[in-house]
Design a protein around this ligand. Structure first.
Ligand SMILES: *[C@@H]1O[C@H](CO)[C@@H](O)[C@H](O)[C@H]1NC(C)=O
Ligand SMILES: *[C@@H]1O[C@H](CO)[C@@H](O)[C@H](O)[C@H]1NC(C)=O
Ligand SMILES: *[C@@H]1O[C@H](CO)[C@@H](O)[C@H](O)[C@H]1NC(C)=O
Ligand SMILES: *[C@@H]1O[C@H](CO)[C@@H](O)[C@H](O)[C@H]1NC(C)=O
Ligand SMILES: *[C@@H]1O[C@H](CO)[C@@H](O)[C@H](O)[C@H]1NC(C)=O
Ligand SMILES: *[C@@H]1O[C@H](CO)[C@@H](O)[C@H](O)[C@H]1NC(C)=O
Ligand SMILES: *[C@@H]1O[C@H](CO)[C@@H](O)[C@H](O)[C@H]1NC(C)=O
Length: 431
């Protein structure tokens, strides 16, 4: 009889306790205000309690499951793991989590324990619960649960704890900020490695380390990035470490090279800003641009003679047509005057009144040469004089223009298509 009463009291006590814990879990998840899938593992509560937990949570619209199998990582940010350190299976759960990196972002953890249990020598204490981990330890004593957040700035640091709130029937959240990143701003001197790309001069390494601001034209992007990164180091209270590579990094035969390989192989945490390629997105995440960046061609304009025929350029087409027209007019005029001159007199050095002599004199004027036959009378000489004088002026203008055009650059290349179609050879160095 005594034993029965004791059992009944014991069972009622255990049930009442679990009711309190279940309510706490429910309040905890609702307080987070995030879509949540609860995965409970390593609990030794018994089926009845687990069903009750699922019932209470489903009333709040929270899914829960006891299977840790995840088919895809799409919903990882919704997952909250729940385990109870007082249960014998807890160590296995923590070891599993350690080997499959479940403590890191974006998973969340709620770990139950009881006040007085020494956890400083437990598996939990040696787990890689790093800065991005969101892990809450809930210690229960009677009807009071104290919540503590645990994390380590690095594996070499001891576990840091911060109060998160308490539950005494009503849930109370005492976090200074709800955002995780605002609560994890002090890395306590943890070294963070930055990969820098040195291409212009190996002296840049020393200039970056010493921040001496010398030779700013060498490796300007790297130095600019460091000036920005430096503020992040100060904000995070982290220790700077640099490694250097000589290439940005491309994927060749499935292997990454240079700076991208440093990040991929965990030699560095972050690196100099580099051009966004879709392929690189598999390996790295881009921050905002440190400086505005655009693709540009820098090339010297080729001389004009290289791109077009400069012999026809000094005069416009209408001037060339007019010159031809005037020449024809001069031939005809000389022809008419010479036929008249032949009637007046005959002389060996005068035009003989045929069109061929008129043409000969005109062409010698076009070529700026003299000719042994010439008009003897005033009308023909006036024509000859004007024609020679006009052509001389045109020659002077033509020669002056050619000299200017020979030195002029061409501005005919204005678009990429024109550049591609031009006779210029292009070279590129991709490092
Ligand atoms: C358990 O909690 C529910 C509210 O979720 C309450 O209605 C019920 O009375 C509690 N049971 C015990 C045994 O305290
Ligand atoms: C920590 O645990 C190990 C075994 O797991 C034990 O040998 C050691 O004595 C414990 N240390 C302390 C300080 O309790
Ligand atoms: C941790 O400390 C060990 C020895 O003190 C050192 O070799 C190791 O580099 C440190 N690890 C980190 C991440 O600082
Ligand atoms: C829980 O704690 C709050 C704040 O300290 C207090 O106001 C409230 O009365 C407590 N509730 C119970 C049931 O003890
Ligand atoms: C930065 O980290 C060092 C080393 O752990 C610590 O002593 C110092 O208080 C931290 N500074 C700030 C502002 O948190
Ligand atoms: C810098 O040093 C490395 C290794 O010693 C060398 O491969 C690289 O060519 C050097 N770069 C310059 C710009 O001198
Ligand atoms: C950079 O600092 C180191 C150590 O502080 C010093 O030995 C070196 O001469 C400095 N370099 C320059 C270019 O100032």
């Amino acid at each position: 009889m005594k034993l029965e009463i004791f059992l009944i009291v014991f069972i009622r006590h255990v049930f009442a306790e679990d009711n309190f814990t279940i309510n706490f879990i429910d309040s905890f998840i609702r307080n987070e205000g995030k879509p949540t899938i609860l995965i409970y593992t390593g609990l030794c509560w018994g089926k009845y309690e687990e069903v009750k937990l699922a019932k209470v949570l489903s009333r709040s619209g929270i899914r829960c499951s006891s299977s840790t199998h995840r088919s895809s990582p799409i919903q990882d940010q919704h997952i909250l793991f729940l385990t109870d350190l007082d249960c014998p299976g807890a160590d296995d759960v923590l070891n599993d989590a350690m080997s499959t990196n479940l403590f890191q972002f974006p998973f969340r953890w709620l770990i139950l324990t009881s006040v007085g249990a020494d956890i400083t020598n437990s598996t939990l204490w040696y787990s890689p619960i790093l800065t991005d981990s969101d892990l809450v330890l809930a210690a229960r004593s009677g009807d009071y649960i104290t919540m503590t957040e645990l994390h380590k700035p690095s594996m070499n640091h001891s576990m840091q704890s911060a109060p998160r709130g308490f539950h005494n029937g009503t849930f109370s959240d005492t976090r200074p900020h709800r955002e995780l990143y605002r609560r994890r701003k002090d890395l306590m001197g943890t070294p963070i490695i930055m990969s820098n790309v040195i291409q212009d001069s190996n002296d840049s390494k020393e200039h970056i380390e010493n921040e001496s601001r010398l030779d700013l034209h060498n490796d300007a992007v790297v130095k600019g990035c460091w000036m920005v990164a430096k503020h992040s180091y100060e904000m995070l209270n982290a220790t700077r470490r640099h490694i250097y590579s000589y290439r940005w990094g491309y994927k060749v035969n499935g292997q990454w090279s240079g700076m991208i390989a440093d990040i991929k192989n965990n030699k560095a945490t972050f690196a100099t800003n580099c051009v966004t390629f879709p392929e690189r997105l598999e390996v790295i995440t881009y921050t905002d641009m440190v400086a505005p960046m655009r693709m540009r061609f820098v090339f010297r304009q080729p001389p004009l003679a290289y791109t077009c025929n400069i012999y026809s350029l000094p005069f416009s087409a209408s001037v060339w047509v007019t010159i031809v027209g005037c020449s024809v007019a001069a031939v005809l005029a000389l022809f008419f005057t010479s036929t008249w001159e032949v009637i007046m007199e005959k002389n060996p050095t005068q035009l003989d009144g045929t069109i061929s002599d008129a043409l000969l004199l005109t062409l010698s004027a076009v070529a700026q040469q003299g000719c042994f036959i010439e008009p003897r009378r005033a009308p023909g000489r006036i024509i000859e004089w004007f024609f020679f004088a006009a052509l001389m002026a045109l020659y002077a203008a033509y020669s002056a223009n050619i000299v200017v055009l020979l030195q002029a650059p061409s501005n005919s290349i204005r678009t990429l298509a024109q550049l591609a179609a031009s006779k210029i050879t292009l070279g590129a160095a991709d490092v």
